[in-house]
Design a protein. Structure first.
Length: 273
């Protein structure tokens, strides 16, 4: 379903991805684990061509993701869930979910935002999956942070993707709400056979929900294996100190060392579910 070989990405002189090899099979829930600045977000953005990789091979949902000509086809198969919801606050919850259908309807329908009964029924089913069917007609800006993220999941599911890329989907949620959001995403993957690649920096969530963990550090894969096989030595490689020549201040800015990461609270509390 996903196959990356030798993927490289630089921003100027900053090497963000350095020869990344990674695979994900159909229906797999893959967690990419690493500290801030490890290259996790850039990796996902390259897979959906929100960023363009410099070199390497990349097949996503059977599509050559290195080719700009295939971008439209790629984005029909791959849905994104972002850290900060990216919902439209003034629209209703149902309308936000229906935006996931825009790539599948005729141009004139997408411009006028006219949806078929089948699309509306699908959107309502997606809201049911994330426990928000009772909020379908509510304005999205009336929801809590956790609820808005669940709207984002429902919108991604409404796209009927083969792959979902989730970039730190619970980073700004309190632990109880974060676990609830992760559970909805995990269950959808299981029930619908969707491959999920989810960026996280919370080790316990990775161990709880992942079928497999890929650990990134300084843009390189330093771990690829089952959650229950990940050792403390592996965690030290995933959450290293600064690279040679990097100052301690730069290291703290990019996420700090393993001890500080594991000692921090799981997430920043917000309004809840």
């Amino acid at each position: 379903m996903i196959r990356l070989r030798g993927l490289n990405k630089c921003y100027g002189s900053n090497k963000v991805l350095c020869g990344v090899d990674m695979d994900a099979s159909a229906g797999e829930f893959l967690v990419v684990l690493g500290q801030s600045g490890a290259g996790k977000s850039t990796l996902l953005r390259c897979m959906n061509r929100l960023a363009e990789a410099d070199t390497g091979e990349m097949s996503v949902a059977g599509i050559n993701a290195m080719s700009a000509q295939d971008t439209r086809a790629l984005r029909r198969q791959v849905a994104m869930i972002f850290q900060h919801h990216d919902v439209v606050p003034r629209l209703s919850v149902l309308r936000n979910v229906l935006t996931g259908r825009l790539g599948a309807v005729p141009v004139w329908s997408s411009i006028l935002q006219l949806f078929s009964r089948a699309d509306i029924a699908l959107a309502k089913d997606c809201l049911e999956r994330v426990g928000l069917s009772h909020k379908a007609q509510a304005r999205t800006d009336s929801l809590s942070g956790g609820q808005r993220q669940r709207v984002g999941i429902a919108r991604a599911l409404a796209q009927r993707p083969r792959i979902i890329l989730a970039d730190e989907p619970v980073a700004s949620l309190d632990p109880k709400t974060a676990r609830l959001v992760m559970r909805y995403l995990h269950d959808a993957s299981r029930e619908l056979g969707i491959t999920v690649v989810c960026n996280l920096h919370q080790v316990d969530y990775a161990r709880e929900f992942a079928d497999r963990i890929v650990g990134l550090a300084h843009g390189r894969v330093v771990y690829d294996g089952a959650p229950d096989q990940m050792t403390e030595d592996d965690l030290t490689r995933i959450y290293p100190g600064p690279e040679p020549g990097q100052s301690s201040a730069q290291s703290q800015q990019s996420g700090g060392d393993a001890a500080s990461i594991l000692a921090e609270p799981l997430a920043i509390a917000t309004k809840g579910a």
